[in-house]
Design a protein around this ligand. Structure first.
Ligand SMILES: O=C(CO)COP(=O)(O)O
Length: 255
């Protein structure tokens, strides 16, 4: 059974000062639920202060990185730099990177492979646009994205991956997917993973749902057999709502 993860993606929010504020607000809310892993992915510039002040129970992630180790790539951050800083996770292929920065499946694949080389755990984002959903292309799109993201990775590394199913139309819109619809797609993702590795390995891979997750709808996702947590944007920015999500996940799993 895959572990449960509640991960916050801050996107382009919270510089170093706000990051410090977030962590000091959070420190009064000690969260100790061994069954839920809590992760926050701040912007690059806030990662050093985050690493310095983060409580032991919270893990860090980056929101992106480049697929080369070093060199003349002005403005980019390498996997080695993230690993040196002690960052644990890296979000790869978020739909905002794909849509706004023209990131292709092939770039996603290169990033996944080099992240694994440096011991970073990729959180690979997949998901269809509204137009693709309306044209019944959801499964086809998601299957392609999953397969391309991990092609040429060794079978043994499958267990080091995390996936996030984030339907593009549900991100930041308040129009969350229903638990049932998200489950169907996550089940499909697990099926694809199982066909590329084996069922046992596929069952160990956390598959998160992302898109307008909030305390009021979290349980709808956690109660699905193939959804192992959430990748949260807006509601991860505030220490209160983020802790509320963690408490709900911890409480739900303990019941
Ligand atoms: O894109 C997301 C997380 O990566 C989801 O964002 P929201 O939770 O703000 O919809």
């Amino acid at each position: 059974m895959a572990r449960t993860i509640i991960a916050g993606n801050w996107k382009m929010n919270h510089g170093p000062k706000e990051t410090q504020q977030f962590l000091s607000n959070l420190s009064d809310k000690y969260f100790d639920k061994p069954n839920v892993e809590a992760v926050v992915c701040p912007p690059f510039i806030s990662l050093p202060i985050f690493q310095e002040k983060v409580p032991k129970w919270l893990s860090s992630g980056a929101q992106n990185m480049y697929f080369e180790e070093s060199g003349a790539f002005t403005g980019e951050i390498s996997p080695k730099m993230l690993a040196d800083l002690g960052v644990k996770y890296v979000i790869i292929g978020h739909s905002e990177r794909r849509g706004l920065f023209n990131e292709k499946d092939d770039d996603v694949n290169k990033k996944v492979r080099i992240a694994l080389k440096y011991g970073l755990i990729p959180i690979i984002c997949v998901g269809e646009t509204e137009n693709e959903r309306d044209n019944n292309k959801t499964f086809e799109v998601v299957e392609r994205q999953v397969k391309k993201a991990i092609c040429d990775t060794v079978k043994e590394t499958l267990k080091c991956l995390v996936f996030a199913y984030e339907p593009v139309w549900a991100i930041g819109t308040g129009k969350a997917s229903s638990g049932k619809d998200a489950e169907e797609v996550c089940e499909k993702i697990r099926g694809v993973l199982s066909s590329m590795g084996d069922l046992n390995q596929a069952n160990e891979i956390p598959i998160l749902y992302g898109g307008s997750v909030k305390p009021e709808n979290l349980e709808e996702y956690l109660s699905q057999p193939n959804i192992n947590g959430a990748l949260v944007g807006g509601k991860s920015l505030d220490a209160n709502s983020f802790s509320e999500l963690l408490d709900l996940a911890g409480g739900y799993l303990n019941d």
